[in-house]
Design a protein around this ligand. Structure first.
Ligand code: SAM
Length: 198
């Protein structure tokens, strides 16, 4: 039988071969450190893909920990379920299938941490729901905020990427000004913001 490390390695290799964008290694370590250091027991993820980051984060949770994850693409949901079951985490992870824009307003309760890793152009739209759904002193992490350097750079952005870059710049401005959050941008890999709700 494969152990969890082998299963995680295989999912990462599948992602590489099939060009599924998943969190990089240092981002994975950062999330694991945050979860353990903050005593996080409940997580909401936006953007499951094939379940890679969901499995990594769930591995860092305490025994009673739970993770909900939202995914809009049914093919991704199928593969994620297969991976989550193989990792033996079917009782800890719940996939909520649909557009986060529809699902987030229907959620209640308070999560210890929220990980934002779906359509970059919609982070700014999802943020008020994230603030509503995270507990006081809870964390909101967002991946790919530097968008291959384009968010901070001054060079011309190609048309295809322009909306995402413009909206990510807006997301960073909103995060900085949001009175309920204290935020730091960590420039590792594709850039991760970590915010705490005050
Ligand atoms: N967090 C995953 C990991 O590291 O293993 C990677 C997620 S991938 C970068 C982004 C995923 O978000 C894609 O699978 C995409 O289908 C999903 N997605 C994009 N927009 C979405 C939306 N509005 N609602 C829900 N899921 C969305």
């Amino acid at each position: 039988m494969m152990n969890l490390d082998d299963i995680v390695r295989n999912i990462k290799e599948f992602a590489r071969q099939n060009k599924v964008p998943v969190i990089h290694d240092n981002t994975a370590s950062l999330l694991e450190i945050l979860i353990k250091a903050s005593g996080t027991a409940t997580i909401l993820e936006i953007g499951t893909a094939i379940g890679y980051s969901a499995i990594i984060m769930t591995r860092a949770l305490p025994e009673e920990g739970r993770l909900d994850t939202i995914e809009v693409n049914p093919d991704m949901v199928d593969t994620a379920w297969k991976n989550i079951r193989e990792a033996g985490m079917g009782n800890k992870i719940r996939i909520l299938e649909g557009d986060a824009g529809d699902i987030l307003p229907s959620l209640t309760g308070q999560y210890d941490m929220i990980f934002l890793d779906a359509a970059k152009s919609r982070y700014v739209e999802f943020l008020p729901q994230c603030i509503r759904l995270v507990r006081k002193n809870g964390l909101i992490a967002a991946d790919n905020v530097l968008y291959k350097g384009l968010t901070m750079g001054s060079e011309h952005v190609r048309h295809k990427q322009r909306t995402a870059v413009t909206r990510l710049r807006e997301f960073l401005r909103v995060l900085e000004k949001e009175p309920q959050l204290k935020t730091v941008l960590i420039p590792i890999e594709d850039g991760v913001t970590i915010s705490v709700k005050e």
